[in-house]
Design a protein around this ligand. Structure first.
Ligand code: SAM
Length: 336
């Protein structure tokens, strides 16, 4: 009897039977905004010497594609502040339709107007842009110095260049919870989608996140009184559940890691800008792919990825009321 050798490109499967098809990459931990729920005002960033080169990011990403990853999201930090990120977008964009179903990005929109055409040319068709309020003062307060007109200008430039834009809005008690309905109205008027997100306990910030936490079911009930919302079966490959604003093109998504755990269907892993692979946003299980790549070359990556699959936790244990965040690292490090 002959025993077939294991395929080198076998799909990535964790020990809970989940197939990993989605890689998020933090291309830099730096950001040109300082959103209060994300990082502290005096956040310190990694020295440039600690980062993966763009070439190394591409090599690792390509090995993931060969192992069955069909969706890659570039995030951060702010991906558009990394010099030459366009080169990475171009290189990974070549895999769209040839291994990758989708190359996408999460950005704060500050530099979108300059980059939108190149992103489209590279094959990017959908992006997420963070926008927590349309009110200039509130936006400036949450981001600590952001300019809302610059971000909305970038969003509309990206849309006009042919990119479908989904707005990410973290709902915060006493700050922007009354701004959700106006945001949904604006998204309907501009032909954009909106996803609401619960604040998650990731990394120390200057305030207690529990004071700002709003459960999304409460927000959804309020919106339902104002908008006609119909459940939509759309799946983006991510954690959101969707509704359609009836009579419009706009989808409303809810990402509620605290009130509606979705770990059972988790298909994601995350690569930090330092080259560390985290198998869960809310745990510290990790593999140092940078060290492996530098010591063993691409050949070493497969065993490392298989090992990472065996340690992927079943679920996160987020508790917004806990004295300390679930993990010490911020979302900007792991890649949101
Ligand atoms: N700079 C980009 C941006 O602003 O979208 C990408 C990185 S940012 C970390 C990615 C997403 O994570 C944003 O939508 C942001 O609102 C969200 N985020 C950051 N910290 C979070 C937290 N503690 N809980 C929930 N969402 C968070």
């Amino acid at each position: 009897m002959t025993i077939a050798a294991p395929s080198p490109n076998r799909p990535l499967q964790d020990s809970h039977g989940r197939t990993i098809s989605y890689l998020r990459i933090s291309v830099t931990d730096r950001c040109d905004l300082r959103c209060r729920y994300c990082m502290s005002e005096k956040m310190t960033f990694l020295p440039r010497s600690a980062l993966l080169s763009l070439e190394e990011i591409a090599i690792i990403a390509e090995r993931f594609i060969e192992r069955g990853v069909t969706k890659i999201r570039l995030s951060g930090g702010e991906p558009l502040v990394r010099r030459d990120v366009g080169e990475l977008v171009k290189r990974l964009g070549r895999h769209v339709g040839a291994g990758l179903d989708e190359l996408t990005m999460t950005t704060n929109g500050n530099a979108l107007a300059q980059h939108a055409d190149a992103m489209v040319a590279a094959g990017m068709r959908r992006i997420n842009v963070s926008l927590d309020s349309l009110d200039a003062e509130t936006f400036r307060y949450i981001t600590r110095h952001g300019d809302v007109d610059r971000v909305t200008g970038g969003i509309l430039a990206a849309r006009d260049a042919g990119i479908a834009v989904k707005i990410n809005m973290v709902v915060l008690k006493g700050l922007n919870e009354d701004h959700v309905a106006p945001m949904l109205d604006w998204c309907v008027a501009e032909g954009l989608d909106l996803t609401l997100i619960e604040t998650m306990p990731l990394g120390q910030i200057d305030e207690d996140r529990a004071d700002r936490f709003v459960p999304l079911p409460v927000v959804f009930d309020r919106l339902s009184a104002q908008f006609s919302l119909a459940r939509d079966s759309h799946r983006s490959g991510g954690p959101a559940r969707y509704w359609r604003v009836e009579g419009t093109k706009t989808k409303l998504g809810l990402i509620s890691p605290l009130t509606g755990n979705f770990c059972e269907t988790c298909n994601r892993v995350r690569l930090t800008t330092e080259g560390v692979l985290y198998t869960c946003l809310g745990h510290d299980d990790q593999v140092d792919l940078k060290a492996i790549l530098r010591e063993q070359g691409v050949a070493g990556l497969d065993a490392a990825l298989d090992g990472a699959m065996r340690t992927k936790p079943a679920r996160h244990d987020f508790d917004i009321d806990a004295a300390a965040p679930a993990v010490a690292r911020h979302m900007s490090v792991t890649g949101g």
